[in-house]
Design a protein around this ligand. Structure first.
Ligand code: ADP
Ligand code: ZN
Ligand code: ZN
Length: 818
């Protein structure tokens, strides 16, 4: 009897595909190994073996595989089980999950672009013949496709050669040509070499006698160096000498001090490096820990609800330590890894080289390395820390998952499929491993808190900040009234203006939050009312003053600011609304002495984007930081005593059923950046509607009140967490066709689900990159079978696809849409 294998192809195919293999191959192959297989007319893919069997396919003749690519499985059985769950739950193919889950180096296929690794000169004599041919070809032509290499070598089975070349660092794949992840650099200082002897130092101090502050800095540095051999951060020196960064800079300019940089993450730990001891928990942390452990004995997912700066991280650390003691691996999921170098170094201090970071910005080789370490359960990868895709690592024995900032919407993948929620998929994964899972947040999502209320999840809380630091004092400022009384300076109320002044005078820092980037969201002609639109999207262009440009935030289209109105020709274009850029400019006028920085998508795009700005602010080279919601993400700045929210109204008025919950979370998190050390922080929230219920709840820290009210709203309108929702998006470039197609599909849905179907409707921005979008929302009552619901939808899709004029309309499912 002949043998066959079913494989997962990394493409959106609904079914597994069957290939034939020899007896010997069948004996060798196991699920989770890769094979190179032909597909379609001329394509070659790396596919994953799902099972070996003896049943020939009925509707097609099984082709032979090209080659076996692995000697042992690269993917575990638990992973395949988990991926299958994701594919079923989120309505996509397991091939799409496979494609997202593994590093792209595992997915070599005929269309992959191959380049020579220019940073590496191989010893040519050590290359095998076929390797040399590829290497040589890449000297003449900088980019080759896999099928071109196949022609050069005159054979079909070339993926093994390419895998070898990848291992030997001789080639790289195209995606790596894009910007590489760069580590964060921290600025340190030391005394210039020439002053190291005592006499020289004395002479130096003498020469500085009239510069008191500079003398103080030099003396402090000298003392710090005497106490410890550790490098001294600029910020430490500033604190110790009670001076400013300007004075230190003067000394650097005079060559008395030297500055140098050390990267803070991706530190290589040697084996005998001593790890720092874990901190002793205070009574509140201990209590929370005990409750969590109790819930874990019942294998209950548990929420740790701790206010900002309550010391949640230290509790996580204890749990990780316990988990490692049992010989199991731990996974730490974060919403966005770019902003978390602070946390990574904290974990590395405790656990040294046991911490592995899985980062989409790391090179393919580094990602492959982490994958292999986790798969082999090496000591180097006992703790994996990463954003949502770290969920796909090949864990052997996963004892603990921590989902930090579980309320963050970036845990949900939006595009492409699988459109999974990492928090929810992590709960399933923990269950498959018989492990534990902790969700942490200062502002839990309604979904999670609801699960606590109905008894599905356990609950632990820490209601005060660590070290008896007070929660910030939050004050609402009525800007409607201030405007009426003509008390506004630009977008600043008198209150905020004075508070900033005072904070700066005290030598403390300010964070200002404005949720729009650019200078002004809209440019409008005051004569005819026309405002310039993006030609590719149905949206007004945003004005960016720095570049004197109008830009589209959806597709990147941009033009120079026109001198006159396109519609009527009058030179009367004016701006409406305001963004971070405008705030930055107003600040420079209002506080000419202050150093102002801005953190938004526009300023963080470049190479060291985030790191530069965060480090500058951390080291107090900036006095005021203006930014969008990037500011909310878990940053721990010590010297910030004032946080200002320029305008809370745009958040609250956003057309989405989650807008109020989001506003509460965002404002509470931004407020949490204030006063994280001894002195009580101050938060000012400007609004035209300061009596808004959500603002009151934010200012009093009334999470439960917010939860009750929002839950009531959701119950009234049958939204999550009391119902599930599934969003279907139709996408096509033709306006009439999308209307017809969406109407047809929705009729089918209405037949099955009646009033639970909403739409079809155009979203607020109905056309993006020349593609029209139309949405339908299906509400699925708790208790109605999700599987049956999805099957009915799939049946409707089948009939829909059979209609030839709709074949080109894309149908996109988003289960548990966020
Ligand atoms: P959260 O994650 O809840 O916002 P963190 O874990 O960042 O809070 O803790 C806030 C601050 O308190 C940090 O600077 C942390 O080092 C400190 N801290 C927390 N717990 C302890 C502890 N048990 N002993 C000493 N310092 C602690
Ligand atoms: Zn006009
Ligand atoms: Zn556009």
């Amino acid at each position: 009897m002949p043998y066959f294998i079913n494989v997962i192809l990394p493409i959106p195919l609904e079914k597994l595909f069957t290939y034939s293999v020899s007896d010997a191959e069948a004996k060798f192959l196991e699920p989770g190994m890769r094979v190179a297989v032909p597909f379609g007319k001329s394509k070659i893919y790396s596919a994953l073996v799902h099972e070996v069997h003896q049943t020939p396919p009925t509707v097609y003749e099984a082709k032979e595989i090209h080659q076996i690519l692995d000697e042992t499985p690269l993917v575990t059985k638990t992973q395949i089980k988990h991926w299958t769950w994701i594919a079923n739950y989120y309505m996509c193919s397991i091939g799409e999950v496979f494609r997202t889950a593994v590093p792209s180096a595992f997915l070599l296929e005929s269309e992959t672009l191959i380049l020579r690794n220019t940073k590496f000169e191989p010893e040519e004599s050590e290359l095998l013949d076929d390797e040399f041919l590829v290497y040589e070809a890449l000297q003449h032509q900088s980019i080759l496709r896999v099928h071109e290499i196949s022609a050069i070598l005159d054979k079909k089975t070339i993926l093994p050669v390419l895998n070898r070349l990848l291992d030997k660092n001789i080639i790289v794949l195209k995606e790596e040509v894009y910007e590489q992840y760069k580590p964060k650099m921290v600025r340190y200082v030391r005394l210039g070499n020439q002053y190291l002897s005592e006499e020289k130092l004395e002479a130096l101090l003498k020469s500085l006698t009239r510069a008191k502050k500079q003398t103080q800095v030099v003396l402090s540095l000298f003392q710090l160096q005497a106490i410890s051999k550790k490098p001294i951060k600029v910020s430490e020196l500033e604190e110790a000498s009670k001076s400013s960064s300007a004075i230190i800079k003067t000394l650097i300019d005079k060559n008395i001090l030297e500055e140098y940089f050390i990267q803070t993450d991706r530190v290589v730990y040697s084996k005998d490096d001593e790890n720092s001891d874990l901190k002793d928990l205070n009574e509140y942390q201990q209590e929370a820990l005990a409750v969590i452990k109790e819930n874990f004995t019942q294998k209950k997912p548990t929420l740790l609800h701790g206010v900002t700066s309550s010391g949640k991280t230290e509790v996580y650390v204890k749990l990780i330590e316990n988990c490692l003691k049992t010989g199991k691996q731990a996974l730490y999921l974060l919403p966005e890894i770019a902003l978390t170098t602070q946390l990574i170094s904290r974990l590395q201090e405790y656990f040294g080289e046991k911490v592995a970071v899985y980062h989409s910005k790391y090179s393919v080789q580094e990602r492959v390395e982490v994958w292999n370490n986790v798969l082999a359960n090496k000591s180097k990868a006992q703790i994996v820390i990463g954003a949502r895709s770290a969920l796909f690592m090949p864990f052997k024995l996963l004892g603990l998952i921590i989902v930090d900032e579980e309320h963050e919407s970036s845990f949900k993948q939006y595009d492409p499929a699988p459109r999974y929620h990492a928090r929810d998929a992590a709960i399933v994964l923990a269950n498959f491993h018989d492990g534990n899972i902790l969700l942490g947040s200062a502002t839990p999502s309604l979904e999670t808190f609801y699960n606590v209320q109905v008894g599905k999840y356990g609950y632990a809380s820490i209601l005060r900040r660590f070290g008896d630091v007070l929660m910030p004092d939050i004050e609402l400022v009525d800007i409607k009234e201030q405007s009426r009384k003509k008390r506004m300076k630009g977008h600043f109320s008198e209150r905020l203006f004075n508070e900033i002044n005072e904070t700066l005078e005290n030598g403390e820092q300010v964070i200002l939050f404005q949720n729009r980037r650019g200078f002004a969201p809209i440019v409008e002609c005051t004569t005819c009312g026309n405002s310039p639109q993006c030609p590719n999207c149905d949206v007004s262009l945003t004005y960016h003053q720095y570049k004197k440009q109008l830009r589209c935030h959806y597709c990147g289209y941009h033009i120079a600011l026109p001198l006159a109105c396109d519609a009527c020709g009058s030179p009367t274009l004016d701006t409406k609304g305001f963004g971070t850029e405008q705030i930055e400019q107003e600040l420079q006028k209002l506080y000419p002495e202050a150093k102002v920085g801005r953190m938004d998508l526009d300023t963080t795009r470049g190479k060291y984007g985030y790191e530069k700005i965060i480090t500058a602010f951390e080291q107090q080279e900036l006095d005021i930081l203006v930014g969008t919601q990037m500011l909310t993400k878990g940053l721990d700045f010590r010297n910030v005593s004032l946080v200002g929210i320029m305008n809370a109204d745009t958040l609250l008025n956003f057309p989405d059923f989650r807008a109020h919950e989001r506003s509460f979370q965002l404002l509470t998190q931004v407020a949490g950046r204030a006063g994280r050390t001894k002195k009580r922080g101050k938060v000012l929230i400007q609004s035209y509607n300061p009596y808004h219920q959500i603002l009151k709840q934010v200012s009093t820290g009334d999470f439960e009140g917010m939860y009750k009210e929002q839950l009531y709203e959701r119950q009234q309108h049958k939204y999550p967490p009391v119902n599930r929702i599934l969003k279907i998006t139709f996408k096509h470039k033709d306006y009439n066709k999308i209307n017809e197609a969406a109407e047809w599909f929705t009729k089918g849905l209405r037949n099955s689900f009646g009033v639970h179907v909403l739409g079809p409707e155009f979203p607020p921005v109905a056309r993006i990159r020349n593609q029209y979008l139309k949405h339908v929302l299906i509400k699925i009552p708790n208790g109605q079978s999700l599987a049956k619901t999805k099957n009915s939808i799939k049946r409707i899709e089948k009939s829909f696809n059979a209609i030839s004029q709709y074949a080109s309309v894309r149908v996109i499912y988003n289960v548990d849409y966020i």
